[in-house]
Ligand binder design. Structure first.
Ligand code: TMP
Length: 207
């Protein structure tokens, strides 16, 4: 039996997949249809999370790979305590732009840290709660990097990583989501509207 009455959705994908735009438009559309929605993200939703996000993105040179994972995990624990669990208790539909699977893909497969340990720590940080639905926006790493460079924003530490790192992260997502029936894989090369329509109907079906 589930302990909470809300519905938890995570949106995952490599940088440049378009998942943040998707998360925003899904939250807006669900609210317009009178659903009680919370739009949130990892890392950086809570006050502590914002500080952690700055360290991770701007001061990567200070942070070794294990510390990097533990900082994401600290952000996640705080996020669950302050946002996710209270939201689920209030029967909200929570849309989170990234969650635990990002640590598996980036730190587990990308940085090649111990996958089983990451799973255990994630689960501990999340009080064993898992997303009811995951939308995986699938895009190849070459197109993703082209999109990131086209944005002309200052690159974050992750965006400066090599193509081999991105290949490992992308393969990681594929591996993590293989055979999971609560994961909807969406082709991120489609138009924004097509991606949205597919994602929206998957949510309505799952609610
Ligand atoms: P964002 O750009 O989607 O906000 O995510 C920030 C970066 O952090 C992005 O490059 C993915 C990365 N990340 C991890 O490496 N591990 C994690 O657990 C999370 C949540 C994000």
């Amino acid at each position: 039996m589930r302990e909470y009455s809300g519905f938890l959705i995570s949106i995952e994908g490599i940088d440049g997949s378009g998942k943040s735009t998707l998360a925003q438009s899904l939250a807006k559309a669900l609210m317009e249809d009178n659903h009680p929605v919370i739009l949130t993200k990892e890392p950086g939703q809570t006050r502590l999370g914002k500080k952690i996000r700055n360290i991770l993105q701007q001061e990567k040179n200070l942070v070794c790979d294990k510390a990097e994972f533990l900082l994401f995990a600290a952000d996640r624990a705080q996020h669950f305590e302050e946002v996710i669990i209270p939201g689920l208790k209030k029967s909200k539909i929570i849309i989170s732009d990234r969650m635990a699977d990002s640590s598996l893909a980036y730190q587990g497969y990308g940085r090649e840290l111990n996958i089983e340990l990451i799973k255990k720590i994630n689960s501990w940080c999340m009080n064993s709660i898992t997303p009811d639905l995951t939308l995986y926006v699938d895009i190849d790493e070459k197109t993703a990097l082209e999109r990131i460079f086209r944005r002309k924003q200052l690159l974050t530490a992750f965006e400066k990583e090599s193509i081999t790192f991105w290949k490992r992260v992308k393969a990681g997502f594929e591996e993590i989501f293989k055979g999971k029936n609560n994961v909807i894989k969406i082709n991120g090369l489609q138009s924004q509207e097509e991606v949205f329509n597919e994602a929206y109907s998957s949510i309505i079906k799952a609610l």
